[in-house]
Design a protein around this ligand. Structure first.
Ligand SMILES: Nc1nc2c(ncn2[C@@H]2O[C@H](COP(=O)(O)OP(=O)(O)OP(=O)(O)O)[C@@H](O)[C@H]2O)c(=O)[nH]1
Ligand SMILES: [Mg+2]
Ligand SMILES: [Zn+2]
Ligand SMILES: [Zn+2]
Length: 453
């Protein structure tokens, strides 16, 4: 363990030294040079001196042996009790974190860790591994003298927490389940509209209905409040200029659950997906629990050509980067980040989301109308119907590669259709179907980690 700004616990450190010193002092006097010299100081008195010397020595050895046995016995009794206590407490702290899936994500440098660094409230020293250790079992003593709790059972989460890498302030002292879902899609595919409207929908309508407590986390790294406020008045968000993942964070925790769930949805300027190096720099992908791949139907060349005959596409902000290209770059990036071969499947789930489904006529092909009539005719589930219709739509428009790759590469794939804006001509946007992909992925992620929904 990295050196901590704390005093080592007595039995792990000073205790050994004290026992060693006591031995040195007591045994050191037994055969000291002075008494041996005294023995030979007078040849005539050699015999009586020898007798005295032997008597004293036997007495000293007996006494020292008794003291040593008591010292060792005392240490042998106390030290194991502390060691066993340490192992038990460390084990419980570890198991608690593992079962609850507690980890922290840094929205600034994109790293994930099991525990953040903790700051001493008195002197501000940074403790990078505040766990039961040789510095203390339940508590450790910071170099300033303040005692700091070392587990979540006795209040470690109440300390100020920060990213151990970049120092960014983190929430709840690291005591939360963190879920990270990047949203992938080319420039103008509709990522920013989708993310902001989805979070707002979860907040305004779905959280309470499903028995969740919602709380938005203002981390100062995005413009969520302004974007949603603007969109409610009919203003579209600006193009995302950041070429680093931008974390939108909120809590979504079932009412009865004690450990909060912190969800991070990541946005980024779509140009990132045009450049292997730029996307490779997004270390956050390495720590993602799942992905949302956004498809602008207008980025499908054949469909765009078809619909442009009858619809003026200027107000739909058509994206031109092909979905096949984006998927390939994402997959290569993930293979590199995980250091796996191209034959290995990725262990993550994916939601493929068609945006802009308010495009005239699209709902009859893949949207709500089409799905409902497919369910009626084929007794299919909503999820299966949506997958069948969307895949068929993509294949009809020469996107077989995308369909095959996404299916073969990820653990499970579910298609969704949505519109972030609803009626584009209205004064305020009325989103439809934007929250479902996030809720579906959350359910998948938490089931994977053996947690209830
Ligand atoms: N009709 C319609 N248009 C949409 C919808 N979502 C996005 N758009 C249009 O697409 C444009 C781009 O949307 P954004 O959400 O900014 O796209 P983005 O993927 O974030 O793009 P970058 O920031 O460049 O990566 C918007 O300005 C809208 O014109 C939608 O659901 N329906
Ligand atoms: Mg954007
Ligand atoms: Zn301190
Ligand atoms: Zn950081």
């Amino acid at each position: 363990m990295e050196k901590q700004p704390a005093e080592k616990s007595y039995v792990f450190d000073q205790g050994y030294r004290d026992v060693g010193n006591a031995f040195a002092v007591t045994w050191g006097q037994t055969f000291d040079r002075a008494s041996i010299q005294r023995l030979f100081s007078n040849v005539l008195l050699l015999i009586p001196n020898l007798v005295v010397f032997l008597v004293i020595t036997v007495f000293r050895v007996t006494l020292n042996t008794i003291i040593s046995i008591l010292l060792i016995a005392g240490f042998l009794i106390v030290a194991p009790i502390v060691y066993i206590g340490f192992v038990v407490v460390a084990f419980f702290d570890f198991v608690y974190r593992a079962i609850k899936r507690i980890s922290s994500m840094c929205p600034n440098c994109q790293y994930r860790f099991d525990l953040p660094a903790y700051v001493c409230p008195t002197c501000g020293r940074k403790h990078t591994r505040l766990i039961p250790s040789q510095y203390g079992v339940f508590k450790r003593k910071c170099l300033c003298g303040t005692k700091l709790p070392t587990t979540f059972f006795n209040g470690r989460q109440k300390l100020k927490a920060m990213c151990g890498k970049c120092g960014f302030d983190l929430r709840d002292g690291g005591n939360h389940v963190d879920i990270c879902i990047p949203v992938v899609g080319g420039p103008s595919a509709g990522k920013t509209c989708f993310i902001n409207m989805a979070i707002d929908q979860i907040h305004q309508t779905l959280a309470a209905k499903k028995g969740y407590v919602f709380e938005y986390v203002s981390n100062g790294l995005n413009d969520y409040e302004d974007i949603v406020h603007g969109m409610k008045q009919g203003y579209l968000p600006e193009k995302t200029s950041d070429m680093r993942l931008k974390y939108y964070q909120f809590y979504l925790t079932p009412k009865e659950e004690t450990v909060k769930r912190l969800v991070s949805i990541c946005d980024v300027g779509g140009e990132v997906y045009a450049d292997g190096t730029m996307i490779g720099n997004q270390i956050g992908f390495r720590y993602a629990n799942a992905f949302i791949i956004v498809i602008d139907p207008l980025s499908i060349a054949e469909y765009r050509d078809e619909i442009s005959q009858t619809v003026d596409l200027t107000k739909y902000g058509a994206s031109t980067m092909t979905i096949d290209e984006i998927l390939s770059r994402l997959v290569v990036t993930l293979e590199n980040l995980y250091s796996i071969s191209s034959k290995t499947m990725l262990k993550t789930d994916v939601a493929v989301v068609f945006t802009k489904c308010d495009l005239p006529g699209l709902s009859d092909k893949i949207g709500r109308k089409a799905v409902n009539s497919y369910i009626r005719d084929h007794y299919a589930t909503r999820e299966a119907a949506c997958n069948i219709l969307c895949e068929a739509f993509l294949r009809r428009h020469a996107e077989d590669n995308f369909v095959n790759n996404v299916k073969s590469k990820f653990k499970s794939v579910q298609y969704f259709t949505c519109s972030s804006l609803g009626d584009v001509d209205g004064k305020s946007f009325i989103p439809d179907g934007v929250a479902e992909p996030i809720l579906w992925l959350m359910k998948k992620i938490l089931n994977n980690t053996d947690q209830k929904e």
